[in-house]
Design a protein around this ligand. Structure first.
Ligand code: HEC
Length: 114
């Protein structure tokens, strides 16, 4: 199959990513928290890794911003506070317009880094 433009290629990659995430969820459907955390890791790598270090395996990010490991260890950033932070825009961090499910998944993932 020929891919004519970058936009279409990006959409195909997105569909593929979605399928991979969905199969990861199916495999772990009996463990909802684990499934959330896996989905959160995919979201973090896609949307957050350009600025934050989102996991122990990542080497390059901006050194200006808290890593997700630091965020996980901060006592003031409880699941509730993280949810509130991610639901509202916080310049200079871009408003990523995350859905309720994406936020829940991200928090579940960040909690695994503690
Ligand atoms: C374009 C860069 C950028 C991206 C992408 C980004 N952030 Fe941020 N983030 C920032 C900046 C800058 C701050 C500091 C904001 C401030 O000082 O209020 C921040 C702060 C945070 C904080 C609060 C940390 C603290 O010190 O209080 C959390 C939690 C956070 N980001 C989570 C995320 C998550 C989750 C994503 C992905 C969905 C994400 N960020 C994507 C730039 C980014």
């Amino acid at each position: 199959m020929q891919v004519h433009d970058e936009g279409r290629k990006a959409r195909m990659m997105q569909a593929l990513y979605g399928t991979l995430a969905a199969s990861a969820l199916l495999v772990t459907a009996s463990m909802p928290a684990m499934a959330d955390a896996l989905q959160g890791e995919v979201i973090a790598e896609r949307w957050c890794a350009s600025c934050h270090l989102v996991g122990p395996g990542q080497d390059v990010a901006s050194d200006q911003m808290a890593s997700f490991m630091q965020i996980a260890q901060r006592d003031d950033l409880t699941a509730e506070n993280l949810g509130a932070f991610l639901r509202s825009p916080h310049p200079p961090m871009p408003d990523l317009q995350l859905t309720h499910n994406e936020i829940r998944a991200l928090i579940a993932y960040i909690e695994t880094l503690e």
